[in-house]
Design a protein around this ligand. Structure first.
Ligand code: KIV
Ligand code: ZN
Length: 516
């Protein structure tokens, strides 16, 4: 079974980053890559080297640091992209080039403007060039699920002959349904004479909500690599949620007759890290990693759980790294208590981090009677935001508002050069006034696409978690912050999005390279 296990190919840093508003800095990508290695994924698709100088740089850093997982770089089927991909990963212990070209009639006619022969020639040339650099080459016929099967078999056969060692069958537009997709994988195995020389991979998008089901159907049919992203982020409706595929195969190994080489206890910390870094919250009812995944509300279920856990739980929460909410901290808790709970939650803090977080913990504990695990996660997320995205920091927020008054906000911020700036602005509401003041200090005027606030815990003293999405020159930047005062959280979330805008501007995937 071990030999025949399913390889997990993570593309959070490439396809995941294509989700509108999920752009990450190089430091953040490296941090996620290290966590993915801890999780034990087989392949990390670190980016698309030709898409931007920022992507090239961050792939290079990941290639140097990551030792156990294969580091993969994406390339269109042209010489420049292949050369850039190799340049980005040549220092990796296990490098892989992943090249792709569209194969459906609809893409070839309208987007590529090439006929079938030309596409086969370009694919073969790209794989051969990639093979001249490295042994491990993956080829993807893009939009495979809408491709004429006979053409698909011919293209796959030709690229394996040219040296591809993994053949990925992407459901680029999320069109497939499980039975049909499983049958497509079975037909590739049956109709491509040299298929035994390559591993079959699948890459499913979630437009019809079938990405995980399609991937698992493909595994059942013989696919031995699954591509996807943590928390299912990705282009449009997202990509296959890897944590669901991993736990699906792990929990039902007898059914699938295969397994994965993953440390499942790292799933929850990885999910939380991706959510914190991308600022994409995980919905409470999300399978495997949602906060309600292991909560039993109904009396009958609770009764069953007390008598025997397996009556209502098919997975042990500990197996996915979920730490039950057993301990609540308060203002009387000390550093040791905080450190130990943080460790149980999967955070290893050095002395400096502990000092910082302990300070913010005390401020929070003064405002809240009980500090829960969700509050601690919010504190860590805040700390990461302050540490990682250099830029403007909110020092203080003061609001004057009330019936008959024009809401006015006075915001004090520190600039990246350490200078303090104060602005007093009016708005049509207190949040508007706060955001106007932040915009005035930073000096960039993006459009606010979305503002949302939710409470992290229950009760009137709950911490409010604010998410904002700002649009600037056709890109979306997400900012997030938490505070017991939602106006302070709003100012910090706005500043967080603006800092990301300043840090990422010019480094993003441009024009026709978007939306692979
Ligand atoms: O969705 C897709 O087809 C892709 C390919 C590059 C594999 O992301
Ligand atoms: Zn994709």
């Amino acid at each position: 079974m071990a030999e025949d296990r399913v390889r997990i190919f993570d593309t959070t840093l490439r396809d995941g980053e294509q989700a509108a508003g999920a752009a990450m800095t190089g430091d953040e990508k490296l941090e996620i890559a290290k966590q993915l290695e801890k999780l034990g994924v087989d392949i990390i698709e670190a980016g698309f080297a030709a898409s931007s100088p920022g992507d090239m740089e961050s792939i290079k850093r990941i290639a140097k640091e990551i030792k156990n997982a294969t580091v993969c770089s994406l390339a269109r089927a042209n010489p420049d992209d292949i050369d850039a991909a190799w340049e980005s990963i040549k220092e990796a212990v296990h490098p892989r080039i992943h090249t792709f070209i569209s194969s459906s009639d609809i893409h070839m006619k309208h987007q590529l403007r090439k006929n079938r022969e030309e596409v086969i020639d370009m694919a073969v040339a790209a794989v051969s060039r990639a093979k001249s650099y490295c042994e491990d080459v993956e080829f993807s016929p893009m939009d495979a699920t809408r491709t004429d099967p006979e053409f698909l078999y011919a293209l796959v056969q030709a690229t394996i002959d040219a040296g591809a060692t993994t053949i990925n069958i992407p459901d680029t537009v999320g069109y497939a349904v499980p039975e049909e997709f499983g049958a497509l994988i079975a037909s590739v195995i049956e109709n491509v004479p040299n298929i035994d020389k390559a591993v079959i991979s699948v890459h499913c998008h979630n437009d019809l909500g079938q990405a995980v089901a399609n991937s698992l159907a493909a595994v059942k049919a013989g696919a031995r690599q699954v591509e996807g992203c943590i928390n299912g982020i990705g282009e449009r409706a997202g990509n296959t949620a890897l944590e669901e595929v991993i736990m699906g195969i792990h929990t039902r190994k007898q059914y699938f007759q295969t397994t994965v080489g993953i440390d499942t206890t790292q799933i929850y910390p990885t999910s939380r890290m991706v959510s914190e870094i991308t600022n994409f919250p995980v919905q409470p009812n999300k399978a495997i990693v949602g906060t309600n995944s292991f909560r039993h509300a109904s009396g009958i279920h609770q009764d069953g759980m007390i008598k025997e856990r397996t009556t209502y739980e098919i997975m042990d929460p500990k197996d996915v790294g979920w730490v039950g909410e057993t301990m609540v901290l308060s203002k009387l808790s000390g550093r040791a208590g905080l450190r130990s709970r943080m460790e149980e939650l999967g955070y290893t803090l050095d002395k400096e981090e502990l000092d910082r977080v302990f300070k913010s913990f005390k401020v929070l504990a003064d405002k809240k009677r009980e500090v829960t695990d969700r509050d601690l996660e919010a504190l860590m997320a805040e700390d990461r935001r302050i540490e990682e995205v250099q830029g403007f920091h909110v020092e203080s927020v003061a609001i004057v508002t009330g019936t008959g008054l024009v809401p006015t906000a006075t915001v004090v911020m520190t600039t990246p050069d350490g200078e303090k700036r104060t602005e007093k602005m009016e708005g049509n509401g207190p949040v508007d006034a706060v955001c106007n003041a932040v915009v005035c200090i930073i000096g960039v005027q993006p459009k606010l696409d979305e503002y949302s606030v939710r409470s992290i815990t229950q009760g009137l003293d709950a911490v409010g978690d604010v998410t904002v999405r700002l649009r600037h020159e056709d890109h979306i930047y997400t900012g997030r912050a938490a505070d017991t005062d939602i106006l302070v959280a709003s100012a910090k979330a706005y500043a967080n999005a603006m800092n990301r805008l300043l840090a990422l501007d010019g480094n993003e995937v441009q024009g026709e390279m978007q939306g692979v």
